[in-house]
Design a protein around this ligand. Structure first.
Ligand SMILES: Nc1ncnc2c1ncn2[C@@H]1O[C@H](COP(=O)(O)OP(=O)(O)OP(=O)(O)O)[C@@H](O)[C@H]1O
Length: 318
């Protein structure tokens, strides 16, 4: 097993040595009846943004809490390369930053004092600290609020300060629980752009979010959870490139619809079927046959790409 401190001390600001974060059989029950996390196994790539998705109560925050070591798993492990974060909680916390759903800025400290505190804890010297702090405030367009105390910030500005606190000092692994909530559309874009920059440098970014449009636009990978279980995971682009076809036609005789399993009837005379690309070649000849028998009129075929919202609905609604 590699020495725990070794990988971390090797990392410079422009970090190059990154490992996969491996979650193995992670299980947690708070009441011995329901699983908040139910035997989760997942590999999280370095240099990527991975979005954790799922309904309220699906277990996403519990998983983050176990990764950083705030919650002890009943079983399982989280490993960064060869380092077990469950066995080395201190190590986990020195390599990770965590932005929780609750606001982080201390109320009596100003925005910059909050950031300075975190930057110093992560080992930045005065020069580096000022540079990073200025850069973050500029990138997030919150420079004008730098001398405001935590208690005087709006909800969105608290969220942005918490976000900057998670990023300052460029931790190797960054865990973010709903960081774009309450934030205006322009600054949200800035948040995602910052995360993409960090991912390009090799950082592991994990973000819990309910904003599927943002996931589609900015995240590399997704993991979908339901009732404590991991349902599906993979690259976001893999979903988007799956094609689905929508066939619709006008029918005279309902008997002709017996050919198809799932269809929707619109206005009593139009049948609509959604099929995947691989099903298209099987179904089209049948439909054409029906056309020949003059039961089907006005056939139309449209192609649509599947979005992450389609996948979410398909997997999580019955
Ligand atoms: N400290 C705790 N004590 C008891 N139950 C808890 C605790 N933390 C979480 N839970 C329960 O574990 C389950 C998962 O909660 P969790 O907060 O991880 O879900 P989530 O996916 O992050 O939800 P949301 O999207 O609403 O933030 C829920 O049933 C929740 O009530």
């Amino acid at each position: 097993m590699k020495e725990a401190g070794k990988i971390f001390s090797d990392l410079s600001d422009e970090m190059k040595t990154f490992a996969t974060l491996t979650i193995r059989d992670l299980t947690k029950s708070f009441d011995k009846q329901h699983f908040a996390n139910n035997h989760i196994s997942l590999e999280i790539e370095a240099a990527k943004i991975t979005a954790f998705l799922g309904h309220n109560g699906a277990g996403k925050s519990t998983l983050l809490n176990q990764m950083i070591g705030f919650t002890k798993p009943d079983r399982g492990d989280v490993c960064y390369g060869d380092i077990s974060f469950v066995e080395n909680r201190k190590q986990a916390r020195s390599m990770m930053s965590y932005m929780s759903q609750q606001y982080a800025p201390l109320e009596k400290l100003t925005v910059e004092q909050n950031l300075e505190m975190l930057g110093r804890m992560r080992g930045l010297n005065t020069l580096e600290l000022q540079k990073k702090l200025d850069q973050l405030l500029t990138d997030l367009e919150i420079k004008e609020y730098r001398r405001k105390q935590g208690k005087d910030l709006s909800g969105g500005l608290k969220r942005l300060t918490s976000f900057a606190m998670a990023l300052i000092g460029s931790p190797t692994i960054i865990l973010l629980d709903e960081p774009t909530n309450d934030v205006d559309p322009i600054r949200r874009e800035k948040q995602w752009q910052l995360l993409q920059k960090l991912a390009h440098k090799g950082h592991t970014i994990i973000i819990v979010t309910h904003n599927l449009l943002e996931v589609e636009k900015y995240a590399d990978n997704y993991a979908l959870f339901n009732h404590g279980k991991l349902i599906k995971s993979g690259p976001v682009q893999q979903i988007i490139y799956q094609k689905q076809y929508q066939i619709s036609f006008e029918f005279r005789n309902k008997d002709s619809l017996a050919l198809f399993q799932d269809y929707t009837i619109i206005n009593g005379s139009i049948c609509q079927i959604e099929i995947e690309e691989k099903e298209l070649t099987r179904l089209l000849p049948k439909i054409t046959q029906e056309l020949d028998r003059k039961n089907i009129f006005n056939l139309s075929l449209t192609q649509k790409n599947i979005s992450i919202s389609d996948l979410y609905r398909e997997e999580l609604t019955n």
